[in-house]
Design a protein around this ligand. Structure first.
Ligand code: 5GP
Length: 195
């Protein structure tokens, strides 16, 4: 008798500016077995972002209501952002039960909370080349105030300081290499899942 396909939870984190979103978009396109979990947030949509695709954009009151209702697997006021973000149980549990591989793009606090509940979750941290490089790029753009640069770097350092929580560290020296590395990790997980 064949056993039912086993779902897996894959968590991807890393400071913004590390190229995480671009890398993940490419990985998703090449690994159709992956399903993204759409998070909820109180942050307003950026131009081009769509409700229900990029995020579920909720008012503070609606977010709080769902939180009280126990709809979140984890939710946090993400460090340095001033907005709430959270993973909905509905995006995860039913899909795992169907044998899908669900990808969460969440921060370090969220990762810790998910690991407490799903210790088998596979964790990947996308690292920028270096904080110095991040700083150089922010200054070169010349669009951000010193206060904004300092705040972004503080957030990046906070995240980098907790990367030992992750099973895999993927350095983003080039997007193409980082994508290949994550695809390799997925292949090794396939093998592990079948063992
Ligand atoms: P952005 O506002 O740029 O889309 O995302 C900001 C940060 O929020 C990113 O570091 C991202 O990983 C984190 N984030 C997005 N969704 C969630 C979520 O559902 N839970 C948690 N804990 N963090 C999230």
């Amino acid at each position: 008798m064949t056993s039912p396909a086993k779902g897996r939870l894959i968590i991807v984190s890393g400071p913004s500016g590390a190229g995480k979103t671009t890398i993940l978009r490419e990985v998703m396109a090449r690994a159709p077995r992956l399903t993204p979990s759409v998070s909820a947030t109180t942050r307003p949509p950026r131009p081009g972002e769509r409700d229900g695709e990029d995020y579920f954009f909720l008012s503070e009151a609606e977010f709080a209501r769902r939180r009280q209702n126990g709809e979140f697997l984890e939710c946090f006021e993400v460090f340095g952002r001033g907005y709430w973000y959270g993973t909905l149980h509905g995006q995860v549990a039913p899909r795992l039960a169907e044998g899908k591989w669900v990808v969460l793009e969440i921060d370090v606090d969220g990762t810790q909370a998910v690991l407490d509940m799903y210790p088998d979750a596979v964790t990947i941290f996308v690292q920028p080349e270096s904080v110095l490089e991040l700083e150089r790029r922010l200054r070169q753009r010349g669009t951000e105030s010193e206060t904004a640069i300092a705040r972004r770097l503080e957030v990046a350092r906070h995240e980098l300081s907790r990367q030992n929580l992750y099973r895999y560290i993927v350095r983003n020296d080039s997007v193409a290499d980082a994508v290949e590395r994550i695809l390799q990790i997925l292949v090794s997980l396939e093998k592990e899942t079948h063992d």
